[in-house]
Write a protein that binds this ligand. Structure first.
Ligand code: NDP
Ligand code: BG6
Length: 512
C-alpha cells in the first residue's frame, strides 16, 4: 500500500482522496454481517472493518450491523474480537471508541422471515439508512445461503446500491453450485454478487499479473517451449484445530485446491487480457479454465495426517483423533494433482497443485521450473532455472539460476536473483487480503472476485474426481503430522516431470 518513503498514514490519506472522488463513497453505508457471532466474523471481518475504519478508508457515514442467533451486544463482540484487532499503542483510543459506536446487532433465526423484517426496520432507522448503500456479508455455513438471501431480498434492500459477499465453498460440486447460482441469479444481478476467494486479495497473487505482463523478460519464456513444470503449493503446519466438523464435510480439494490454488493457476496460465478491466481479466481466466480437462484419479495422491507420537503435543493428534471428525472418516487433508492445460501455450506442461494441513511448514508459492539449457557445455553441472513467487510467509520473488563460482574458478554454481519484499520494501505494511477485498466491494470493483462462469468451470474440472473419490470410498494415504505429506506425492511430481535436485542452498543475506 505504501510506496518507499511514505508512511502508512500518508498512503492512506492519498487513497482516501482517491476514494472520496467517487460521489457514491460519500453516501451513508451500512455493512451487515450475517453470522456475526462466528469464527470468520470474529477473526477476519470485524478486525478488517476496524483497520479500514482506523485508516479512514471506510465512508465517513458507515454503520455496521451484526445479525446472529445468539444475543450479541457491543460489549460481547468487543471482548470476542479484541485479540484479533491488533490494536497498536499508536491507534488513537477515541477512534476505537468511535468504531464501537457504529455497531449494532439484531437477533434472529436465519429461516425466520419476521427476524429479517425486523432487520430491515433496523437498517431503515439508522441515520441515512433508507437510502444507504448496503453491503451484506454472508459469513455463514453454505447451507444457510438460500433462505438468508431470499429473506434479505424480500426485507432488507435499500435505496442505494445493494451488494452481497458470498464466502466459499460455493456449492459442493457442479450440480449444487449451479443450483446455488440459479438461486442467487434470480435474486441479484451478477454485478451485485461478490464471490470471495481471499487468495485473490493477497499481495503476491495480485502481483502475478504485473510480473508477467509488465516485464519484457518473462513473456517469451512463459511457454511450453521453456517451462518443464509449474508447481502451486499450499502448506499449513497445523491440523483441523477443532474445525473438523466443517472440514470433514468438504476436504482439502474443496477447501483449498478447487479455489485458492486454481485461482493462482489461472493467473499463471492465462493469456494477456485486453485491459485490466475486471471482465477482460476474468474472460481470460475463464478461457484458460475451459482448456483444462477434468482431473483423473490416476493423477492424484490423497493423504490424511496421523499423529506423530514423537512430535510436540499438538502433533500427537491425528486427524481421526479430532473429536469433531466422524470416526473412520476418509476425508483427505492432503492432495496433490496434475492438471493439464490443453492449449497452444501449455500443451504438455504439467501444472501440479499440492495442498495439505498438518505439514512441516506454512508456505504458499508458485514455482515455474524451466527446461535444461540445450547444448550443454558445462558437463551437466547446470541445474534447471526456477522462478518462485512466494505468496506467504515472507513475500518474495526469486529466480534460481547458475552463475560462475566467484573467484579463481570457472565452474557454474547455483545462485539466485532475489527480491525479498521485507528487504526491498522495508517500511511498507502490506494490507491483509480482506482489507483490499472489502474495499474493492465498496468501490464496486469485481476484478478480484470469482465470476459465475469461472466458478462453473472450476467445478467442471474437479467434480468427476470428487464423485469418483466418494463413490469408491478412496482411502487417503497416512502421513505423519509435521511431515512433507505422503512420499507418493513426490513420486507424482517426478512422474509429472518436475526435477528435484536437492542441491540448492540459499544463504539468507540478513543472517550472514
Ligand atoms: P529447493 O531446491 O530446496 O526446493 C525446491 C522444491 O522442491 C520445493 O518446492 C520443495 O517443496 C520441493 N522438494 C523438497 N524436497 C523434495 C523432494 N524430496 N522431492 C521433491 N520435491 C522436493 O529450493 P527452494 O526454492 O525451496 O529454496 C530453498 C530455501 O531457500 C527455501 O526455504 C526458500 O524459501 C529459501 N529461499 C528464500 C528466498 C527469499 O526469501 N527471498 C530466496 C531463495 C530461497 P516442498 O518441501 O514444499 O515439497
Ligand atoms: C481458507 C480455508 O479458505 O484458507 C482454510 O478454508 C485455510 O482451511 C485458509 O486455513 C488459509 O488461509 P491463509 O490466508 O491463512 O493462507
Amino acid at each position: 500500500m505504501a510506496g518507499p518513503g511514505l508512511s502508512r498514514s500518508e498512503v492512506c490519506g492519498m487513497l482516501r482522496q482517491e476514494l472520496t472522488r467517487d460521489e457514491a463513497f460519500l453516501q451513508p453505508h451500512i455493512i451487515i454481517i450475517l453470522g456475526a457471532s462466528g469464527d470468520l466474523a470474529t477473526k477476519k471481518i470485524y478486525p478488517t472493518l476496524w483497520w479500514l475504519f482506523r485508516d479512514r478508508l471506510l465512508p465517513d457515514e458507515t454503520h455496521v450491523v451484526g445479525f446472529a442467533r445468539s444475543p450479541l451486544t457491543v460489549e460481547s463482540v468487543r471482548q470476542q474480537t479484541l485479540p484479533h484487532l491488533k490494536v497498536s499503542p499508536e491507534d488513537p483510543p477515541p477512534r476505537l471508541a468511535q468504531f464501537w459506536g457504529r455497531q449494532s446487532f439484531v437477533r434472529g433465526q436465519y429461516g425466520d422471515g419476521g427476524a429479517f423484517a425486523r432487520l430491515g426496520g433496523h437498517l431503515r432507522a439508522l441515520p441515512g439508512g433508507e437510502g444507504a448503500n448496503r453491503l451484506f456479508y454472508l459469513a455463514l455455513p453454505p447451507s444457510l445461503y438460500v433462505p438468508v438471501t431470499r429473506h434479505l431480498r424480500e426485507a432488507c434492500m435499500g435505496g442505494g446500491w445493494n451488494r452481497v459477499i458470498v464466502e466459499k465453498p460455493f456449492g459442493r460440486d457442479l450440480g449444487s453450485a449451479e443450483a446455488l447460482g440459479r438461486h442467487l441469479g434470480a435474486l441479484f444481478r451478477e454485478e451485485q454478487i461478490y464471490r470471495i476467494d481471499h487468495y485473490l486479495g493477497k499481495e503476491m497473487v495480485q502481483s502475478l499479473m504485473v510480473l508477467r505482463f509488465g516485464n519484457r523478460i518473462f513473456g517469451p519464456v512463459w511457454t511450453r517451449d521453456h517451462v518443464a513444470a509449474v508447481v502451486l503449493t499450499f502448506k499449513e503446519p497445523f491440523g483441523t484445530q477443532g474445525r473438523g466438523g466443517y472440514f470433514d464435510d468438504f476436504g482439502i480439494i474443496r477447501d483449498v485446491m478447487q479455489n485458492h490454488l486454481l485461482q493462482m493457476l489461472c493467473l499463471v496460465a492465462m493469456e494477456k487480457p485486453a485491459s485490466t478491466h475486471p471482465d477482460d481479466v476474468r474472460d481470460e481466466k475463464v478461457k484458460v479454465l475451459k482448456c483444462i480437462r477434468p482431473v483423473e484419479l490416476d493423477d492424484v495422491v490423497l493423504g490424511q495426517y496421523v499423529g506423530d507420537p514423537e512430535g510436540p503435543p499438538e502433533a500427537r493428534q491425528g486427524y481421526l483423533d479430532d473429536p469433531t471428525v466422524p470416526p473412520g472418516s476418509t476425508t483427505a487433508t492432503f492432495a496433490a494433482a496434475i492438471l493439464r492445460v490443453a492449449n497452444e501455450r501449455w500443451d504438455g506442461v504439467p501444472f501440479v497443485l499440492r495442498c495439505g494441513k498438518a505439514l512441516n511448514e506454512r508456505k504458499a508459492e508458485v514455482r515455474l521450473q524451466f527446461r535444461e539449457v540445450p547444448g550443454d557445455i558445462f558437463g551437466r553441472q547446470c541445474k534447471r532455472n526456477e522462478l518462485v513467487v512466494r505468496v506467504q510467509p515472507d513475500e518474495a520473488v526469486y529466480t534460481k539460476l547458475m552463475t560462475k563460482k566467484p573467484g579463481l574458478f570457472f565452474n557454474p554454481e547455483e545462485s539466485e536473483l532475489d527480491l525479498t519484499y521485507g528487504s526491498r520494501y522495508k517500511d511498507v505494511k502490506l494490507p491483509d487480503a480482506y482489507e483490499r477485498l472489502i474495499l474493492d466491494v465498496l468501490c464496486g470493483n469485481q476484478m478480484h472476485f470469482v465470476r459465475s462462469d469461472e466458478l462453473r468451470e472450476a467445478w467442471r474440472i474437479f467434480t468427476p474426481l470428487l464423485h469418483t473419490i466418494e463413490e469408491r470410498g478412496e482411502k487417503p494415504l497416512p502421513y505423519p503430522y509435521g511431515s512433507r505429506g505422503p512420499p507418493e506425492a513426490d513420486e507424482l511430481l517426478k512422474r509429472a516431470g518436475f526435477l528435484y535436485e536437492g542441491t540448492y542452498r540459499w544463504v539468507n543475506p540478513h543472517r550472514l
